[in-house]
Write a protein that binds this ligand. Structure first.
Ligand SMILES: CC(=O)[C@@H](O)[C@H](O)COP(=O)(O)O
Ligand SMILES: NCC(=O)COP(=O)(O)O
Length: 242
């Protein structure tokens, strides 16, 4: 199977950077959960939130409220640590996306090395899966990472589009091939990181990709235009495709 999209491409809105602004002053405003409700009302198909180990943006209490209040699916991004797996098992979000994390990084640099850590990841993926959580691996579009993601029982891969956002021409072919390989391996294919109105089209046009997760650009642009308007414009850009 190389074309797995039978429904409209889903847009997951990542609200992490609403929390970044809130945390700059240490208070409660702006509230990422309120932003998630606004995004859902504006047509987001899901909400993504990354509980970083250092809690630099999303906090445990935000996730608990998101889980309790949202009607749309919650995708929890997290490192594959015992602490995070324990939180996810208690929270039971719709999905968990396992991402690499380095404390000092500004943002997620590159995909998870599933092939190099398969033995450590497999029992964590199994525990999440057995709790009814859909497990995704945030990986580069690399054949070995795709094969290992399937082998350890992930249902989904999210292809890291950060390198594409930096070097569009050089990376699109890798993403195209990665999406085909992942779908052939029976994985649901998502994509995200660094996507904007200008670069989303070719990724949205990949027929295997069924979900995009977009955050930093949407939240930044919402300062100028408001979240409902930027979600609507991003959807238009997705639908226009390449
Ligand atoms: C894994 C990922 O891509 C997202 O978590 C997103 O980048 C927002 O989080 P950071 O900006 O903290 O990396
Ligand atoms: N997994 C990618 C994501 O959730 C959003 O990434 P970005 O748009 O904030 O770079």
């Amino acid at each position: 199977m190389t074309d797995s999209r039978t429904q409209a491409l889903r847009l997951g809105v990542n609200i992490d950077h609403v929390a970044t602004v809130r945390n700059a002053r240490g208070g409660a405003h702006p509230d990422p959960v309120a932003a998630a409700h606004l995004a859902a009302a504006a047509g987001a198909d899901g909400i993504t939130a990354h509980l970083r180990e250092d809690r630099r943006h999303i906090r445990d209490a935000d996730l608990a409220r998101l889980r309790a209040e949202l009607a749309v699916p919650l995708n929890m991004e997290m490192a594959a640590t015992d602490e995070m797996v324990g939180i996810a098992l208690a929270l039971k979000p719709h999905a968990c996306c396992i991402v690499p994390e380095r404390r000092a990084e500004v943002t997620t640099e590159g995909g998870l090395d599933v092939a190099g850590q398969a033995d450590a990841l497999a029992p964590r993926v199994r525990a999440l899966r057995e709790a009814g959580i859909r497990v995704s691996m945030f990986i580069d579009p690399d054949p070995a990472q795709i094969a290992s993601s399937a082998a350890i029982g992930a249902a989904v891969v999210e292809l890291h589009t950060g390198a594409y956002a930096e070097n569009r021409a050089g990376e699109l072919a890798r993403l195209r091939q990665g999406a085909i390989l992942a779908a052939q391996a029976g994985l649901e294919v998502h994509a995200g990181h660094g996507l904007t109105y200008d670069n989303v089209g070719p990724i949205a046009a990949l027929p295997q990709v069924v979900e995009l997760n977009i955050g930093h650009f949407l939240i930044g642009q919402a300062i100028f235009d408001g979240l409902p308007a930027v979600i609507a414009r991003m959807r238009e850009a997705m639908e226009r495709g390449a």
